[in-house]
Design a protein around this ligand. Structure first.
Ligand code: PMP
Length: 431
């Protein structure tokens, strides 16, 4: 049976949740590679769905999972277990004093739902601000702050969802800056939402690097001003670190790169190293008040011991293997190589990002900066044929951007292999 027939056959019993399935069926994954039964190896520049920070099937991770499986897998939500107790302790020890209370869940969507619910309960408000183009999840609340294309067909967002523009320096959303952002869009954006607000603010939710919006990094001075604007308005700041925590931006938590402490940090993707674990972390004060108000968040897998054990192993590997430092050095090398490609390929309009969370924007020409979606997709397809898994983020009005997020364990040799495949794929488009 050939590959296409296999996929067609599989589709008979699968909901097509992602548009089209990739023309590759992975039988095995290890380190920075995925393998199929036909002997094809694919270098993974996306770490799965940006989750496998320490590579696929890290031997220590697999070994620990077997051990954890021999203990408790799932319990009644109100029953605690050593992995949950230990992970809460370890995580909060690594965080500033004010981030001292955790809840463990399965998905990033849930982690944001919990933060939003607690922020509403604590402030008594219901209005939550997000950045346009972002992604915070697929559940109704989180999806209200996820980019518009994913919401089409499902009716209105939850009441009180407001948007401000992302500080997209390459294409300034308010046609003000040329190349470097001076944060005017933040001042303009906040004034715009102030005008729409009914005066019942609860929170503002942001990623330290807006990934789905086109790999737009929030710079330290921007975040500092953002925090001040939130404080002035009584908005709690929720930082969604689904993609950025556990080393990707050079620190265990990306907000350590800023001089602020958010009111909530949400963790998911990277915390489980490829398995479903998420967390919402907040202060004693917020937790105590919400508890008094009767806060309940009971999902079937809240506080599951087996899932919590993934987080313990993830933190251990992160520190033992100095992955945050590696993300910085390998990220600098990868970015440099991408900038070299930009010198020879006109369609690369911009290279941006930090650590091992990088973006390459594909344009029709550098003057007009018109996004080239078709070309971006063709490059992605050719890369996969040639052995490199790439991912493209395409948000209406936000360009067509490769999201490059390999495992933090990637070697320099594998970066070179990836760059050489990307170069070849770019050259093939011109012929
Ligand atoms: N936040 C961010 C920043 C994400 O990238 C995602 C997933 N793409 C989510 C939240 C949602 O996480 P999940 O898919 O685990 O619900």
């Amino acid at each position: 049976q050939n590959l296409q027939d296999e996929i067609t056959e599989a589709q008979k019993s699968l909901i097509r949740y992602c548009g089209e399935f990739s023309p590759f069926i992975a039988e095995k994954a290890s380190g920075s590679y995925m393998y199929d039964k036909r002997g094809k190896a694919i270098l993974d520049f996306t770490s799965g769905q940006m989750c496998s920070v320490f590579g696929h099937n890290h031997p220590k991770f697999v070994e620990q999972l077997k051990k954890s499986g021999d203990k408790a897998i799932h319990l009644l939500s109100s029953i605690l277990s050593p992995p949950v107790i230990d992970l809460a302790k370890k995580l909060t020890q690594e965080l500033p004093e004010s981030l001292s209370k955790c809840i463990f869940l399965n998905t990033g969507s849930e982690s944001n739902e919990v933060a939003i619910r607690m922020a509403k309960l604590y402030t008594g408000g219901f209005e939550v601000i997000g950045f346009s183009g972002s992604w915070h999840g697929m559940t109704a609340g989180a999806q209200s702050y996820t980019y518009s294309k994913t919401r089409k067909g499902y009716g209105p967002t939850i009441p009180g969802s407001l948007m401000i523009p992302a500080p997209y320096a390459y294409r300034c959303p308010i046609a003000h800056c040329k190349g470097t952002c001076d944060n005017t869009c933040l001042e303009v954006g906040i004034k715009m939402v102030d005008q729409q607000s009914v005066g019942e603010y609860a929170a503002l939710i942001a990623e330290p690097l807006l990934s789905a919006a086109g790999m737009i990094e929030l710079k330290p001075n921007y975040v500092k001003r953002l925090k001040a604007l939130c404080e002035e308005r009584g908005l709690l700041l929720i930082l969604d670190e689904a993609q950025t925590a556990l080393g990707r931006l050079g620190k265990t938590f990306a907000f350590e790169n800023y001089d602020i402490t958010p009111d909530f940090v949400t963790l998911s993707k990277t915390l489980g190293g490829g398995l479903p674990l998420a967390a919402t972390i907040t202060s004693d004060k917020i937790e105590a008040y919400c508890h008094e108000q009767g806060f309940i968040y009971m999902t079937s897998h809240v506080s599951d011991p087996f899932c919590a054990s993934f987080g313990l192993i993830a933190l251990q590997i992160l520190h033992e293997e100095h992955l945050a430092e590696k993300a910085l050095s390998m990220g600098a090398y990868l970015k440099h190589q991408l900038l070299e490609l930009q010198k020879v390929h006109e369609c690369i309009g911009d290279v941006r990002g930090n650590g091992l969370l990088l973006g390459v924007e594909i344009v029709k020409d550098r003057e007009t900066k018109i996004p080239d979606d078709d070309l971006g997709m063709r490059i992605c397809d050719t890369c996969l044929e040639l052995g490199l898994n790439m991912n493209i983020v395409r948000v209406k009005g936000y360009g067509s951007v490769f999201r490059i997020a390999p495992p933090l364990t990637i070697s320099k040799e594998d970066i070179d292999i990836g760059i050489s495949i990307l170069n070849k794929a770019l050259l093939l488009q011109n012929n």
